[in-house]
Unconditional design. Structure first.
Length: 275
């Protein structure tokens, strides 16, 4: 896949999948970056949305997303958040409910009518990530990626009168699929990009797990969290307004660069899972 100065970067897209657990020790970090807009292949859209239109499973929030029907185990004898450090997402806004989103305004008004307030910002734990490399040397998910994503994810929920999620985990299964994309020998940045069923120019079969996707030059955990919020279909899949966050983990994987791309060219996958 091509560098950031080459052809259009991959768009975001969505699908529900299984997630692998991790017991990687926590190494916390923070990051603040500037969002970048990517173009959706084949649509010209700038919000990076690729809706498939199939049904979700019965226990998911209704959304125009397709579903693999593949679930892998979450958690282990030593869940990744056990013993993890808590991170307090910084309150960097003047007021918590600056959103003009009509659903957010409706939530605030509904709570106010019952004498209630919107949820606080809260804290979260992460599993950490191993900074693994693919067989061809593509760098994978870092602990800083996970913390940056979690911080922005919960800040967006806070700004939109939604309760925080307290657990964020690294997903090695989604990372394997992103490695497969990044190792494509094609100069086309969109070669192999997409959900299970996409093909690579050299015919190497895909591996790993699928998820909500985001990618392109200069993306970070912060920017992909924002992109997924700004796409209504991804918001329904990954943020799930109106759904309880009890027993929920958000799983993330990211890769940096490819066999012919700079580190700043990223691919990310995430999903909401029970844990």
């Amino acid at each position: 896949m091509a560098a950031g100065s080459g052809p259009a970067a991959p768009s975001t897209a969505e699908r529900s999948v299984g997630v692998a657990s991790s017991s990687i020790p926590v190494i916390e970090a923070t990051a603040t970056r500037v969002p970048a807009v990517v173009e959706s292949p084949g649509t010209g859209a700038t919000d990076g949305t690729d809706t498939a239109g199939a049904a979700t499973p019965a226990d998911d929030v209704a959304a125009p997303l397709d579903y693999l029907g593949v679930e892998s185990a979450v958690g282990s004898d030593a869940p990744p958040w056990v013993g993890a450090d808590k991170e307090a997402a910084p309150n960097i806004i003047g007021g918590p409910y600056l959103s003009t989103d009509p659903d957010t305004i409706a939530r605030v008004k509904d709570l106010a009518s019952r004498g209630l307030e919107c949820p606080g910002l809260g804290t979260f734990t992460t599993s950490g990530a191993p900074s693994a490399r693919s067989a061809q040397g593509v760098p994978g998910t870092t602990s800083a990626d996970l913390v940056a994503f979690a911080t922005q994810y919960n800040l967006l929920r806070y700004q939109n009168c939604l309760p925080p999620v307290s657990r964020f985990i690294y997903d090695s299964c989604m990372e394997q699929r992103l490695f497969w994309m990044a190792e494509s020998p094609s100069p086309d940045p969109l070669d192999a990009w997409g959900h299970i069923g996409s093909v690579r120019i050299d015919g190497v079969p895909s591996v790993g797990c699928d998820g909500n996707l985001a990618g392109g030059s200069n993306n970070t955990g912060t920017t992909v969290a924002t992109k997924w919020w700004e796409s209504l279909s991804h918001r329904a899949s990954l943020y799930r307004p109106g759904t309880s966050t009890a027993g929920v983990c958000i799983a993330l994987a990211m890769t940096h660069g490819g066999i012919d791309e700079p580190y700043s060219f990223t691919r990310a996958a995430a999903r909401w899972v029970s844990c």
